[in-house]
Design a protein around this ligand. Structure first.
Ligand code: NI
Length: 180
């Protein structure tokens, strides 16, 4: 396993439309996913998409017990989503502060569907499907956006609510989250 460098906004590889994964349960895929989990943990991320490490495949991971970058967020089980499809449930939209490992040190107020159903494959090729809401739904939408070449600032409605984390929230200790 190894920690891979995370691409930053401005790198054109983050703007590509990712390709579908065709082969499941291969040593290469398992190694890639292990590297992604290690990379995400090292950066204290809530999720990570393969394009963020320069791999142009429809593959995202998410999950954490306790997250230093989102200390108030409820835990999300470790999940691998391949070739995912998102369907909103209802029309409720929630706005909340969001960051991205590819946009280090910044936060923006981003509207997301409050509730959704995702369909995807896991790394073994099993079909998985789940209804999620709240922060979990937000992370799924954020990561799946990466597969379409979309970074969260492109979803924002008000750029006045976009800034550096330590300037937006000066009362929070940011020692652990310089990179996110
Ligand atoms: Ni991101």
């Amino acid at each position: 396993m190894s920690i891979r460098p995370i691409l930053k906004m401005g790198d054109l590889r983050l703007l590509r439309r990712a390709e579908q994964v065709r082969k499941f349960d291969t040593p290469e895929l398992h190694e890639l996913i292990a590297d992604m989990f290690e990379t995400m943990a090292a950066a204290d991320g809530a999720g990570l998409a393969a394009p963020q490490i320069g791999i142009n495949l429809q593959l995202v991971i998410l999950g954490f017990n306790q997250n230093g970058r989102y200390p108030d967020a409820e835990a999300i089980p470790e999940t691998v989503l391949i070739n995912p499809l998102i369907t909103p449930i209802g029309d409720e939209v929630e706005e909340a502060w969001e960051g991205c490992l590819s946009v280090p040190g910044m936060r923006g107020m981003v509207p997301r569907w409050a509730k959704l159903r995702y369909e995807a494959f896991d790394q073994y090729g099993n079909k998985i499907s789940q209804e999620v809401d709240g922060f979990h739904a937000r992370v799924v939408q954020h990561e799946c956006d990466h597969l379409g070449g979309i970074l969260y600032p492109m979803r924002m409605r008000d750029l006045m609510r976009f800034g550096f984390n330590d300037a937006l929230f000066p009362w929070v200790d940011h020692g652990q989250e310089e990179r996110g």
